[in-house]
Design a protein around this ligand. Sequence first.
Ligand code: FAD
Ligand code: NAI
Length: 466
Amino acid sequence: MAEYDFDVLVIGAGPGGYVAAIRAAQLGLKTACAESRETLGGTCLNVGCIPSKALLHASELFEEAASGKLAKLGVKTAGVELDLEAMQGQRKDAVKGLTGGIEFLFKKNKVEWLKGRASFTGKDTVEVAGRTVRAKNIVIATGSSVTPLPGVEVDNDKQVIVDSTGALELNKVPGHLVVIGGGVIGLELGSVWRRVGAKVTVVEYLDQLLPGMDGDIRKEASRLFKKQGMELKLGTKVTGATVNGGKATLTLEPAKGGAAETLEADAVLVSIGRRPNTDGLNLEAAGLTTNQRGQIEIDHSFKTATPGIWAIGDVVPGPMLAHKAEDEGIAVAENIAGLTGIVNHDVIPSVVYTWPEIAGVGLTEEQARERGEVKVGKFPMAANSRAKTNHEPDGWVKVIADAKTDRVLGAWMIAVPAGTMIAQVAQAMEFGATSEDIAYTCHAHPTHSEAIKEASMAVLGKPIHV
Ligand code: FAD
Ligand code: NAI
């Protein structure tokens, strides 16, 4: 009998875990992956990135048709109607197709799926659904769950106070949706329901939306979402909620203190952040603890404090993003296999998939200025020929470069396809590009990406089209 059942056991089959498992198997390691959900793919594929994007896409098309935007382009539509059941159906299909795809990839790569919740019984042993498994390497990739808000109890089944999972599954458009938390989830899912007819109020504790993003982006985001009809209550906290007759009454107070007010809602989305999943893992048996934020600490190669145990994704420090988890999944598998797996955590793009999209990579202007002298170039989408032609005037691209070396330190943008455009800057930064390198790279015309070239030219003080 072999000493170990597996070379690698991954706990959790989200973008971190399933990618780690597949990469480990590709590298010739005998690999298993424990997952307690009925389908693979984790938060991202089941209740996160994918279903939210399915609804964002469909609701965007609905709004284009229903608001008369298409008619302005000469595309007349009569009697535009929302078929929420069909919209929800295509969301479910997208999830089914992609989660099924991971199951296929597991089979193809001979990754064994251990169905059930994994719990450590020792430093190299884990119990899953009554089976004890011993592995030479264990990767913790258990992801994260919604942070609860005391006094505002989520009950997704009742469809009144919901978290992001419940907000994806509403079976009717709420008359008034109150979103608690003006972060990524609140703005994406708030946009979905506003587009299909809900009045949306966003209650945000801080005095701006989207904490962590560049200051100009945060200001512009408020302006844009207000223009789209969202009501924003910034600098406001929710202190409690009651549910009666299918409606919620929220108590609100200014974040800095002051008189309370109430707000009625047909549905409430609690989206105030996510916290790492370690409950039930029995980390003690693995010789591990969590930090103050509930995360498992790792070193640059994803090793935890216990030899042979590694951790990646939302359960470790860093942004809670699927692509960061995926890259860590590849790197950890390569490290386990004796190769050199590296993730450059300074260059992780982040995207808010609203309309227009909001994207950034690297340092914000505020962070860059704290570190030294910088040059900043900005170019408005209103002056970009493709955006103009498509009637998409909102937004801009901002490129931040080191004043002495001209090396690009970060870029932030609001543009309809910003989520796709940001990849160019991420790659340029990986290659250590200067703003001049981008400015002198030939960009196809007419494309939104030319705004990145022009913003880089603006860093050098010589854009052409403004
Ligand atoms: P997860 O995807 O959370 O997967 C962890 C898995 O581990 C889960 O399936 C869980 O069931 C399983 N698990 C946990 N404990 C155990 C155990 N003890 N035993 C067995 N299995 C266990 N990120 C983006 O980059 N882009 C987006 O557009 C985006 N949209 C999002 C939209 C929403 C609504 C939400 C909620 C999140 C979104 N995210 C997005 C974030 C993204 O989903 C996460 O960053 C990503 O899923 C993290 O991957 P992970 O592998 O670390 O963990
Ligand atoms: P978030 O951290 O993005 O935003 C939470 C917001 O809630 C913050 O603005 C915060 O100030 C506010 N808040 C906190 N407590 C509050 C309170 N009591 N009252 C009012 N406001 C309060 O978290 P969110 O939106 O829940 O998303 C969780 C994670 O999921 C994020 O870290 C994000 O990275 C990831 N995600 C990524 C997406 C993407 O990449 N497009 C999409 C959706 C989620």
